[in-house]
Ligand binder design. Structure first.
Ligand SMILES: Nc1nc2c(c(=O)[nH]1)N[C@H]1C(S)=C(S)[C@@H](COP(=O)(O)OP(=O)(O)OC[C@H]3O[C@@H](n4cnc5c(=O)[nH]c(N)nc54)[C@H](O)[C@@H]3O)O[C@H]1N2
Ligand SMILES: Nc1nc2c(c(=O)[nH]1)N[C@H]1C(S)=C(S)[C@@H](COP(=O)(O)OP(=O)(O)OC[C@H]3O[C@@H](n4cnc5c(=O)[nH]c(N)nc54)[C@H](O)[C@@H]3O)O[C@H]1N2
Ligand code: SF4
Ligand SMILES: [Mo]
Length: 727
C-alpha cells in the first residue's frame, strides 16, 4: 500500500488529497491537512471518488454502436473509422458542420483543451459548443468589453473584506465557480467574526446563508436590484471620483441608464423591501472594503450579461474594484488574459448565420438542436459532457435532434445518456490517472484570494484500453493528415509520440508532463518533478494586495481605460429592461423554477456513484403556502408544466423556499441510461424538459441559456392513474 498526494478536480475548490493505493486500486481518500490552502478540507464527492474510479460500468475499451448493439473495437479501428467519416463529412458538408461539445470537466483538464482547440483549428471548424453557455459565458463577455480580455476575471477578496454580498451562488455546496475558495463556510463565516457582514441574496435559503445573513430575491429579477443598487451608490455620491476620472470612461452613460431605478421600483418585482434594500446599500457604502460576487443563479437568467456588467460597475465606481478586501484581478503566473485577447479562438466573434455571438470560443449550447435540425451540424465530438441532461431540452427535443447526427463520438469515462446515442465511445483517463495542476484559471489567472501553486503526477496507472485526450486528438489529426499544435515540426514530433505512446517505448513518452513543465518554466516555477518531490503540499505565492490593475498595462482595452458603459449593453438595457420589468409585474402571481445543486451530486457525472446516490429520485422543493395552494402534501407527485414541457415529480415542502418559487435539482433523469446501472435504478426527473432552447431562449449578448427563473404554467397534484416520470 502506498499513499500519494494529489488534488481533487471534481469542483473548483480543488482540495488537496491523500490517496491510499493498493495494487493500483484506491483504498481510501482523505483530506490533505497540510495542503497550503485547503488545509484538511474535503467533501463527500472527493472522499468517495473511488466508487466512480473503479465502477464496473466504466468504459475501458473503445465502443462502437451497430443498431442498438455495442461492440468493443480496437483503437486502430476506432481512429481509422472516425477519421474516415470526418474526412467524408468535411468534403460533403464543410468543416464547420463538424462540431464539438465540451462539458464542465473539460475545463478542469489542463492539457486536453490545448489539443482539442488545436485539433479543431486544424480541421477548420470553430463550431464549439459547451456547457460554458450554461454557466458563465456572460462573465467572459463582460470582462472582454470592460477590461479588454475575457480572462481578466475579478474575484471577491473573501479573506480581507468587511462586507460581502453573494447573488446566485451557493459556494458551501458548489465549491464556487471561476474563483477558488476551499473551506468556503469557514472563510465566509470569518467575515462576520471579523465584525463584517456576509449576505446571500437567493430565492432559496441556501447552506451558504448559515455563514451569515440571507435575503430572498424573486428569481431572474437581479437586474432591477442591481440597477437600483448602482443608481443608489451614485445618488449617495459614494463614488471614487478620482479613480473613475483617471482610469474609467463612460461614467455619465452608466449614470444616465440606471437613473430611473429606485429602491421602490425594484422592490415591486424582487420582493426585497425598500428597508432591506437600503440597509444593504448603506452597509456596502459604509464598509471600509466590500466585495460583490454573482454566479450561475444570475448568469442563467435572461439578463446575465447586463447583471454582471452592473455588478462590476458598482465595484469599479465605488473604489472597491482593485482594492484589498474588494474585487481583485489576480496576477497570474502567465498572462493568460493577454494571450486570450490575441487568440481569435478566445475573443468575441460572430461566426454564425444568426447574430448570436461566440464568446471565448463557445457558441450557444441552446442552439445545438436547431443547428442540427437545420443541417448546419452533421457530426459532433462530445468531450466530458452530457448535453442531453445539462441543456434545455423542451420535452426531450435535444435528444430527437442529436439522434439525427451522422456521426456522434463521446470521449468519456462512461456511456452516459448522450453516449447512448453515440456511434463511438472513446474511453478517457480519469484525473487520478494524469498529471495536472488545479484549473487553469486558478493556477494561471490567479482567481483566488490565496494564490498558490500546486502540481501532481498520476496516482494510478490507467487501464490498458484507456487513453488521454491529447493522444486521441493527436491520433485523429495524424489520420486526417492535418497539423496539431500549428507548428509542423512540433506536430510531427507529437504524432510520432502518440504512435509510440502505447508500445515498447511508451514509458518514455511524457507529453502532458513536458507541457506542464513548459508552462512552469515560463512562469519561472519549479518543474513538475520538483513540485511532486519538494512541494507535495504546494506553496503559497504572493498575496494580491490590490492597487495593481487600474492605470497599468494590465487593463487590455485599447485606451487602457475600464469601459463602464459598452455601447451594446446600453442599447440592450434600453431595449429590454422596461418591457421585461412590466412582464415581471404581470407574472408576479406565477411560480418560477430554479435549479438546486446537491452536495452528493456533481452535475450528472456522479449519478452512477453507488457510494453517493442513495435516493431514487430528485424532488421539487416548494414553500408550504405554494404547496397548500396546489393541494400538495409532502412526497405527493406534482405535474409541472412550463411553456416548453411537462414533468412529473415528487415534492418536498420547506420554508427554505421563497414563496412563488420551485427548486428542482438539475441533471437527473436517467431512465434511459443503459450504460449507467446505478443511475438507471435511481433515475429521477430531467427538469430541463421545462427549459426552452433555440434563438428566443438565449441571452443575445453572451449566448447563455435561460435555465433559471423559468415560469411554470401550472403545477398540480398528479392523480394516481397518471404515469410517473417524464412524459
Ligand atoms: N455539489 C456540487 N457542486 C458543484 C456542482 C454540482 O452539480 N454539485 N456543479 C459545478 C458547476 S458545473 C458549477 S458551474 C458551479 C456553480 O456554482 P454556483 O454558482 O455556486 O451554483 P449553485 O450552487 O447552483 O448556486 C446558484 C444559486 O443561485 C440561486 N438562484 C437561482 N436563480 C436565481 C436568481 O434568479 N437570482 C439569484 N440571486 N439567485 C438565484 C439558486 O438558489 C442557487 O443557490 O458548481 C460546481 N460545483
Ligand atoms: N436547469 C439547470 N441545468 C443546468 C444547470 C443548472 O444550474 N440548472 N447547470 C449547468 C451547468 S453550470 C453545467 S456545467 C452543466 C453540466 O453538464 P456537463 O458539463 O455536461 O457535466 P456532466 O453532466 O457532469 O457530464 C460530464 C461527463 O464527463 C465525464 N467526465 C468526467 N471527467 C472527465 C474527463 O476528465 N474526461 C472525459 N473525457 N470525460 C470526463 C463524466 O463521466 C460525465 O459523463 O449542466 C448545466 N445544466
Ligand atoms: S469540495 Fe470539491 S474539490 Fe473538494 S473534495 Fe469536494 S468535490 Fe473535491
Ligand atoms: Mo457549470
Amino acid at each position: 500500500m502506498e499513499t500519494k498526494k494529489t488534488f481533487c478536480v471534481i469542483c473548483e475548490a480543488t482540495c488537496g488529497l491523500e490517496v491510499d493505493v493498493d495494487n493500483n486500486k484506491v483504498t481510501d481518500i482523505r483530506a490533505n491537512k497540510d495542503h497550503v490552502v485547503s488545509r484538511g478540507h474535503l467533501c463527500v464527492k472527493g472522499k468517495r471518488f473511488g466508487s466512480i474510479q473503479h465502477s464496473p460500468d466504466r468504459v475501458t475499451e473503445p465502443q462502437k454502436r451497430v443498431g442498438d448493439q455495442w461492440h468493443t473495437i480496437s483503437w486502430e479501428q476506432a481512429i481509422n473509422e472516425i477519421a474516415a467519416k470526418i474526412k467524408q463529412l468535411k468534403k460533403q458538408r464543410g468543416a464547420q458542420s463538424i462540431a464539438h461539445f465540451v462539458g464542465a470537466p473539460g475545463g478542469a483538464n489542463l492539457v486536453a483543451p490545448i489539443f482539442r482547440g488545436s485539433f479543431f483549428a486544424g480541421l477548420g471548424s470553430n463550431r464549439m459548443y459547451g456547457t460554458g453557455t450554461c454557466d458563465t459565458m456572460n462573465k467572459f463577455r463582460v470582462n472582454g468589453d470592460m477590461y479588454g480580455s475575457p480572462m481578466r476575471l475579478a474575484y471577491p477578496d473573501v479573506d480581507h473584506t468587511d462586507f460581502m454580498m453573494i447573488l446566485g451562488a451557493n459556494p458551501v455546496v458548489s465549491g464556487t465557480t471561476l474563483y477558488h475558495l476551499p473551506k468556503a463556510h469557514q472563510r465566509l463565516a470569518d467575515i462576520v467574526k471579523r465584525g463584517g457582514r456576509m449576505v446571500v441574496v437567493n430565492p432559496r435559503k441556501v447552506e451558504t446563508a448559515l455563514a451569515g445573513e440571507h435575503v430572498f430575491i424573486r428569481p431572474d429579477t437581479d437586474l432591477y436590484f442591481l440597477a437600483a443598487f448602482c443608481n443608489g451608490v451614485i445618488q449617495a455620491n459614494a463614488i471614487a471620483n478620482e479613480r473613475v476620472q483617471r482610469h474609467m470612461k463612460n461614467f455619465e452613460k452608466l449614470k444616465a441608464v440606471v437613473s430611473t431605478w429606485t429602491a421602490e421600483r425594484q422592490a415591486k418585482v424582487t420582493g426585497i423591501s425598500v428597508e432591506t434594500f437600503n440597509d444593504l446599500l448603506n452597509a456596502y457604502i459604509q464598509a471600509p472594503s466590500a466585495a460583490l460576487n454573482m454566479a450561475t443563479g444570475v448568469n442563467q437568467g435572461r439578463h446575465g450579461t447586463l447583471c454582471y456588467w452592473l455588478l462590476e460597475s458598482i465595484a469599479a465606481i465605488t473604489g472597491n474594484f482593485d482594492r484589498k478586501g474588494g474585487n481583485l484581478i489576480g496576477e497570474g503566473l502567465i498572462d493568460f488574459a493577454a494571450i486570450a485577447k490575441d487568440d481569435p479562438q478566445m475573443s468575441l466573434g460572430y461566426h454564425r448565420k444568426d447574430d448570436l455571438p461566440t464568446v471565448s470560443g463557445q457558441q450557444p449550447a441552446g442552439m445545438v438542436a436547431d443547428d442540427i435540425l437545420d443541417g448546419e451540424v452533421t457530426a459532433m465530438i462530445v468531450e466530458a459532457s452530457n448535453p442531453l441532461l445539462a441543456c434545455g431540452t423542451p420535452n426531450g427535443r435535444l435528444e430527437q435532434a442529436m439522434e439525427k447526427l451522422e456521426l456522434l463520438v463521446c470521449i468519456d469515462w462512461f456511456r452516459n445518456e448522450t453516449g447512448n446515442l453515440a456511434d463511438y465511445i472513446l474511453p478517457a483517463t480519469t484525473w487520478l490517472e494524469r498529471s495536472g495542476m488545479p484549473y487553469a484559471l486558478q493556477s494561471f489567472v490567479a482567481c483566488t484570494p490565496k494564490p498558490y501553486l500546486y502540481a501532481s503526477g498520476p496516482v494510478l496507472t490507467p487501464p490498458s484500453g484507456v487513453r488521454h485526450e491529447w493522444w486521441i486528438y493527436t491520433r485523429l489529426a495524424d489520420k486526417l493528415g492535418q497539423n496539431i499544435m500549428g507548428n509542423p515540426m512540433l506536430s510531427l514530433a507529437l504524432k510520432i509520440a502518440a504512435r509510440l505512446a502505447h508500445g515498447r517505448f511508451g514509458k518514455w513518452i511524457k507529453v502532458p508532463e513536458l507541457l506542464i513543465d513548459g508552462m512552469l518554466k515560463q512562469a519561472k516555477m519549479p518543474n513538475l518533478k520538483a513540485m511532486i518531490q519538494d512541494h507535495p503540499d504546494g506553496f503559497l505565492l504572493d498575496e494580491n494586495d490590490g492597487d495593481n490593475f487600474l492605470g497599468t498595462d494590465r487593463v487590455l482595452t485599447d485606451d487602457g481605460l475600464v469601459d463602464l458603459a459598452p455601447q451594446a449593453y446600453i442599447e440592450t438595457f434600453n431595449q429590454q429592461t422596461e418591457s421585461s420589468y412590466q412582464q415581471e409585474i404581470a407574472n408576479l402571481g406565477r411560480l418560477k423554477l430554479i435549479g438546486k445543486r446537491e452536495i452528493r451530486r456533481m452535475n450528472s457525472g456522479s449519478a452512477n456513484c453507488e457510494a453517493l446516490v442513495k435516493i431514487d429520485t430528485n424532488f421539487a422543493y416548494l414553500n408550504p403556502d405554494d404547496a397548500e395552494n396546489a393541494g400538495l402534501a409532502e412526497n405527493d407527485w406534482a405535474k409541472v408544466n412550463s411553456d416548453f414541457g411537462e414533468i412529473h415529480i415528487p415534492i418536498k415542502i420547506t420554508n427554505e423556499m421563497m414563496p412563488g418559487t420551485l427548486a428542482i435539482p438539475q441533471c437527473w433523469g436517467h431512465e434511459k441510461a443503459d450504460g449507467l446501472s446505478h443511475a438507471k435504478r435511481h433515475p429521477g426527473v430531467n427538469s430541463n424538459y421545462l427549459a426552452g432552447d433555440g434563438y428566443n431562449n438565449i441571452e443575445k449578448l453572451s449566448g447563455m441559456s435561460h435555465l433559471t427563473g423559468i415560469l411554470a404554467v401550472s403545477y398540480t397534484h398528479l392523480r394516481a392513474h397518471e404515469t410517473r416520470g417524464n412524459l
